[in-house]
Design a protein around this ligand. Structure first.
Ligand code: SF4
Length: 405
C-alpha cells in the first residue's frame, strides 16, 4: 500500500484555505512559478494559512529535487578578518589594531586543510572581509611580507594549498572584479557572494549597510552577472531582518532569479536570518521569527522550483524540521573541525541531529561537493578542478563525523 505523498498532504491543506490563497498554490503544484504579486501575497499570509504554503513548497521540492537533502563537509578558513566595510550587524570584521584581528599564514591554511581532509572534508571555504588592502596600510605590509601584491594573489596561493591538500576551494571574498574572478576560477570549485538585499535603501544613513560601500546591490548583482558570463557556479542568498520590507524580500529573490534565468549559474540560494549580536549597532533589533524564515523559504521554492535552497542550521538549531517542511534541500557547509567564524556563538549541529531531522521528514541526508552535481560539467569548471573532483571519492552515506566543533 502506498503512503501519503507530499502532494496528497498539500491537497488536503489546500482544501482548508480561501480561494485567493489556494489558486497560486494549486498553480505551483501544477508546475507554474509564482509571480511577484502572488509571492508577496503568500509571504504575508496569516499564520493559520501557513501550513498550506509550506506543504505546497514541500510537494514541489519532492517533485523537483527528490528526497535527498545535502550538506558540504568543510573547513572554514577565515583568511583575513580585516574588512573595508562596516555592516551594522557584523562581529567578524576587525581593524588591524583590534584584539582578534588576524591574517592566516600559509602554514596555518595548510595545517587546517590537511586536518580537514583527514576528517573527511571536501570543501575549503575561503571567507574574508571585503578589500582590506584598500583600507589598511598594515595589511598591505602583511601582504608584502607574504610575497603578494594584493589579496587575490594571496588568496590564490591559499586556494592552491587547499587543492594540494586534497580539498576543493569555495571562495567568498566579497565584491570581486571580472579580472579577479578570472584569476580565481581555475582554483575554485565555485564562488559565492550574498546579495543580502536588492534594496539600495539599506545603504542610506541609519541603514544596515550605511557604512558598507561594497554592499551596493547594483554592484553585487553586476558581479553575479559577470560570474555568469565567466561560467562560474555561484552561491548567493538573502539576509532576512536587516531592515528590508517584505516587498524588498521578494524583489531580492526576483533579482537573483533574473540573473539565474540569464546565465544559469546560480547553484544555490541561502536564506539566512539576521542574528542580533552584542556590541553591534543592531544589537537590540528584533530577529526574524522562525515562521517568517520558513515562509520566505517556501515562497522562494515556489518562485524557483528547481533552485537549491539552503538555510544555515547552526543559526536555527530548533527549527530543522520546520525548514525541511518549507522546501529546503541543503544545509550548507558543516565543519567537523572549524567554527563558523562569522557566527562563532552558533556551533554547527551534529550530523546525527541533521540526519535524524531528515529521516523524520522522510528525507535522506547526503554529503555533497562545493560544486553542486548539476554544475559538474566542462562548461562550468576548469579542467584542473574537474580532474581533482574526478579523483575524489565522495561518500554517499551520512557522513561519519558525529561530533562537531
Ligand atoms: S558582513 Fe562582511 S562586508 Fe560586512 S563588515 Fe562584516 S566582513 Fe565586512
Amino acid at each position: 500500500m502506498q503512503g501519503i505523498t507530499e502532494t496528497d498532504a498539500a491537497d488536503a491543506l489546500l482544501a482548508r484555505v480561501d480561494r485567493r490563497t489556494r489558486r497560486p498554490l494549486e498553480d505551483a503544484l501544477r508546475g507554474k512559478s509564482l509571480n511577484d504579486e502572488q509571492a508577496h501575497f503568500l509571504l504575508t499570509l496569516p499564520r493559520p494559512q501557513l501550513p498550506a504554503l509550506l506543504a505546497s513548497a514541500a510537494a514541489v521540492r519532492a517533485a523537483r529535487k527528490g528526497p535527498v537533502v545535502t550538506y558540504s563537509p568543510k573547513v572554514f578558513l577565515p583568511v583575513t578578518n580585516l574588512c573595508l566595510d562596516r555592516c551594522s550587524y557584523c562581529t567578524f570584521r576587525k581593524d588591524p589594531d583590534d584584539p582578534g584581528a588576524w591574517t592566516m599564514l600559509p602554514e596555518d591554511v595548510r595545517a587546517c586543510c590537511a586536518h580537514g581532509r583527514e576528517l573527511g572534508c571536501s570543501e575549503a571555504l575561503m571567507c574574508l572581509g571585503d578589500r582590506p588592502e584598500r583600507a589598511y596600510r598594515a595589511y598591505r605590509a602583511t601582504l608584502r611580507v607574504l610575497g603578494h601584491a594584493d589579496t587575490i594573489s594571496y588568496l590564490s596561493a591559499c586556494c592552491a594549498i587547499a587543492l594540494d591538500e586534497g580539498l576543493l576551494p569555495h571562495t567568498n571574498a566579497g565584491l570581486l572584479t571580472r579580472e579577479e574572478m578570472t584569476r580565481l576560477r581555475p582554483l575554485n570549485a565555485s564562488l559565492g557572494l550574498m546579495l543580502e538585499s536588492s534594496s539600495p535603501r539599506l545603504q542610506r544613513r541609519g541603514g544596515a549597510h550605511a557604512n558598507a560601500p561594497d554592499k551596493d546591490p547594483a554592484l553585487r548583482l553586476g558581479m553575479m552577472r559577470e560570474a555568469g558570463e565567466l561560467r562560474i557556479p555561484f552561491t548567493t542568498g538573502i539576509l532576512l531582518g536587516i531592515g528590508e520590507t517584505t516587498v524588498e524580500r521578494i524583489e531580492s529573490l526576483r533579482a537573483i532569479a533574473e540573473v539565474h534565468a540569464a546565465f544559469g549559474h546560480i547553484q544555490e540560494i541561502i536564506v539566512q536570518n539576521f542574528r542580533a549580536k552584542p556590541n553591534t549597532r543592531m544589537a537590540s533589533e528584533p530577529e526574524p521569527e522562525s515562521y517568517e524564515i520558513a515562509a520566505t523559504v517556501a515562497v522562494a521554492r515556489l518562485m524557483m522550483p528547481d533552485m537549491n535552497l539552503q538555510v544555515p542550521p547552526n543559526l536555527n538549531p530548533y527549527d530543522l524540521r520546520l525548514f525541511l517542511s518549507a522546501g529546503i534541500n541543503d544545509w550548507g557547509g558543516i565543519s567537523p573541525l572549524t567554527a563558523d567564524y562569522v557566527n562563532p556563538e552558533a556551533p554547527w549541529p551534529q550530523l546525527a541531529a541533521l540526519g535524524a531531522a531528515c529521516t523524520a521528514a522522510g528525507l535522506v541526508l547526503r554529503p555533497r561537493l562545493p560544486t553542486y552535481a548539476e554544475y559538474l560539467q566542462p562548461e562550468f569548471l576548469d579542467a584542473a578542478i574537474r580532474d581533482r573532483i574526478a579523483a575524489r571519492h565522495v561518500p554517499q552515506g551520512v557522513h561519519h563525523v558525529d561530533s562537531v566543533a
